[in-house]
Each structure stands twice: as structure tokens, then as C-alpha cells.
Design a binder for this molecule. Structure first.
Ligand SMILES: [Fe+2]
Length: 238
């Protein structure tokens, strides 16, 4: 049972989290409005790989197995790729890292620090689904706890949202939320794979993602886009 001190501390933490999200979102809404988002559905599991562009810079989120079209787009538009952001270490979300890294060797790979040890499991995942084992890669920027950083014109807030698997991150970038396999349009990520935990997943969504403004657009790792407000009203799983 919580004593008065614990309750008041929890209240203060929740209030601070809310203020932090509110200020970040408001700041982005006022000052950052040019980012374009392009979705490339690809691979055996129809993963969504996202290309975010702002002026001549871009970021790639979850490069899937067939990112040749995306890389051609980058070439055509003469964009400079500033980073590869990975929501979680499942094979469908990382198969395209090596080809992307070959094209942009100086673009760092960002991943939750909690997910780094699970990279060694990717060859097992490939064998399990009868897929070619992708070239191994390193995490250049392990991300601990919740936090934020800027990459060129992109303001990135990263939120640890475990439950689908350990080290699952959601990224709030220039006001748009990328949830990987945590929150889908009208659904949530599966929790029957290694390290999955329904109660953790549910708390990641209700205690973190649902604190964001209702108008926040959500871009999941599979399927179409949605919004925080729509999911709060209609998602039957949380
Ligand atoms: Fe996944």
C-alpha cells in the first residue's frame, strides 16, 4: 500500500511527465511543421519502414528487408540520412539496416539500451521464420531510460514502452509518434513472443503513450496510421 509520501511523489512524477510531454508537443507544434512522413510497407511481415524528411535531411525508422525503393527515393531527392532509428530488435524491423548502413556509413543506429543484448537473437528469429540471416550490425547509440535529443532538424523524444518485447521504444519526432509493435490502429502488439508481457505492454500504453495529446498522430510498425485520441476511445485491448 502507498503511504502519503509515495502517493505525493507519484503525483509529482505524473504531473512532471505530463508537463514534459505538453511542452515538447507544443514546442514542436509551434516551431516544427515541415516534416514529411512516407511509409514503405515491405517484407514477409509487411513491416512499416518510415522515411522522415525535413529539408535535405532524413531519418529512417525500422528499415525492413526491401528498402531499395526507399534508398532510391533518398538518392533521387539527394537527402542526407542522419540516423537509423529502431523501435525494437525483431527481425522484420532490422533486416534493412546493413544495406542502409552501407549507403550511409556515418548514420548512427539508435536502439534502446535494454534491446542491445537481444540483437544476438536475430539469427534465431531468421531461422524460425525461414528467412535469410541478415548481416549483423552494432547499436551506435544505446538509449537509456526516457529522454530526448536533436538530430539536425529532428527533435526526437524516446519513450521506453516494453511489453511486446524487452527494449521496445516509441519515438515522438517533431510531434508524430512512431510506436513499432506497441500500439496499432485498433490493436496492440502480441505478447506471446520471447520477453512479451501483457501487463507491461498495457501500462506502457496507458501510463505513457496515452499521456500524449489526443491529436498526436500515431504511425505503427504494421498497418495504417491512427491517433492517440482515437485509440483512447476505441482500442478494445487496453
Ligand atoms: Fe515485433
Amino acid at each position: 500500500m502507498l503511504n502519503d509520501f509515495d502517493s505525493s511523489l507519484l503525483c509529482r512524477i505524473s504531473l512532471l511527465t505530463y508537463i514534459h510531454f505538453y511542452l515538447t508537443y507544443t514546442f514542436n507544434f509551434i516551431f516544427v511543421y515541415n516534416m514529411k512522413i512516407k511509409r514503405f510497407e515491405n517484407g514477409l511481415f509487411s513491416v512499416n519502414t518510415y522515411l522522415l524528411t525535413e529539408n535535405a535531411s532524413c531519418l529512417i525508422i525500422d528499415p525492413g528487408s526491401d528498402i531499395s525503393i526507399l534508398l532510391n527515393d533518398i538518392k533521387k531527392l539527394n537527402l542526407n540520412c542522419l540516423g537509423l532509428l529502431i523501435t525494437h530488435p525483431h527481425i522484420d524491423h532490422v533486416e534493412g539496416i546493413s544495406p542502409a548502413k552501407k549507403r550511409f556509413p556515418s548514420a548512427p543506429v539508435y536502439l534502446s539500451a535494454d534491446a542491445v543484448t537481444f540483437l544476438s537473437d536475430i539469427p534465431n528469429q531468421a531461422r524460425l521464420f525461414g528467412l535469410p540471416v541478415p548481416e549483423s550490425f552494432m547499436c551506435d547509440k544505446p538509449l537509456e531510460n526516457d529522454g530526448s535529443f536533436d538530430i539536425g532538424p529532428f527533435s526526437v523524444q524516446y519513450i521506453q514502452t516494453p511489453g511486446h518485447c524487452p527494449g521496445s521504444l516509441s519515438f515522438l519526432i517533431n510531434g508524430s509518434l512512431f510506436t513499432g509493435d506497441v500500439l496499432f490502429q485498433g490493436s496492440i502488439g502480441r505478447t506471446d513472443l520471447s520477453g512479451g508481457n501483457f501487463s507491461l505492454l498495457s501500462r506502457s500504453i496507458t501510463e505513457k503513450l496515452y499521456l500524449l495529446p489526443d491529436s498526436t498522430q500515431v504511425y505503427p510498425g504494421h498497418g495504417g496510421a491512427t491517433s492517440i485520441g482515437w485509440e483512447k476511445k476505441n482500442n478494445p485491448y487496453v
